[in-house]
Design a binder for this molecule. Structure first.
Ligand SMILES: Cc1cc2nc3c(=O)[nH]c(=O)nc-3n(C[C@H](O)[C@H](O)[C@H](O)COP(=O)(O)O)c2cc1C
Length: 235
């Protein structure tokens, strides 16, 4: 199959999405679409290279919003029916809100809009799906209380991207999630993968409920559900 896979800027369900993408890429041609935030967040979690490595060649491009202008000509492939399916996973509350209001001003929302016009089945995995609290994972974080403010910060010295601001924070826009800082700090003041609990906002849940009612869109709860869904429609 020819599949479009779009990443938005959500850390939640991100590594699970990359795992399913890698699985599907073994037997399908996948074009990857990254919203601006999707590109940044993939880098922060150290997953950008893994996603890049499955791309290369016609219909297997890595398409970044940051390389595009305003009209997203590549999305036209969806209105022309060149793909069998569009998958958006993970999908931020921002992108869900835009989709349910018919807004298509980012690379990802534009692909969804064009897929709707071209009758290309679209699977969406929203990160905000159920009321209540949800556990999610953070990228690298400098714990101020554990930081000993060394005269020479080993993490700062070792970071290939100069992303560490000693005794303050990590500049996540420079961080590529390589983990070097974590390994060299003698006081373990840097941790990635910390689990935190966040509260789902009612407005985001309402938007997801609207998404479920939209034509041509299937909402699934988790990235692994995509594999079961595809098995079901193929058999
Ligand atoms: C580390 C990090 C993790 C984030 N995780 C989420 C998330 O899980 N869900 C979400 O809705 N937004 C998340 N965001 C915020 C989005 O990236 C932000 O709203 C962005 O503007 C979304 O743009 P997009 O929908 O075009 O990708 C995160 C931001 C950062 C820096």
């Amino acid at each position: 199959m020819k599949i479009g896979w779009a990443f938005t800027g959500a850390g939640h369900l991100l590594s699970e999405s990359v795992e399913v993408l890698e699985e599907l890429a073994k037997t399908n041609d996948i074009t990857v679409f990254l919203s601006n935030a999707g590109e940044e967040v993939l880098k922060m979690y150290g997953l950008f290279e893994r996603v890049s490595s499955i791309t290369g060649g016609r219909y297997k491009e890595l398409t970044k919003e940051s390389d595009q202008k305003y009209s997203f000509p590549i999305s036209g492939r969806f209105s022309l029916g060149k793909y069998d399916m569009l998958i958006v996973s993970p999908t931020t509350s921002n992108t869900v809100a835009k989709i349910v209001h018919g807004i298509s001003d980012t690379l990802v929302t534009n692909t969804v809009s064009q897929a709707g016009k071209g009758g290309v089945k679209t699977i969406i995995i929203p990160v905000d799906i159920k009321k209540g609290d949800v556990k999610t994972v953070l990228p690298a974080k400098l714990e101020i209380n554990t930081c000993e403010d060394c005269d020479e910060c080993q993490a700062y010295k070792a970071c290939p991207n100069k992303a560490i601001i000693p005794k303050q924070e990590i500049d996540l826009l420079k961080c590529t999630g390589c983990g070097t800082c974590e390994n060299v700090c003698p006081f373990n003041a840097i941790e990635s993968g910390k689990i935190i609990t966040i509260h789902m906002r009612p407005i985001d849940i309402e938007n997801t409920q609207k998404l479920v009612t939209m034509d041509n869109i299937t909402v699934l709860e988790e990235p692994k559900d995509i594999l079961t869904y595809l098995e079901d429609i193929i058999s």
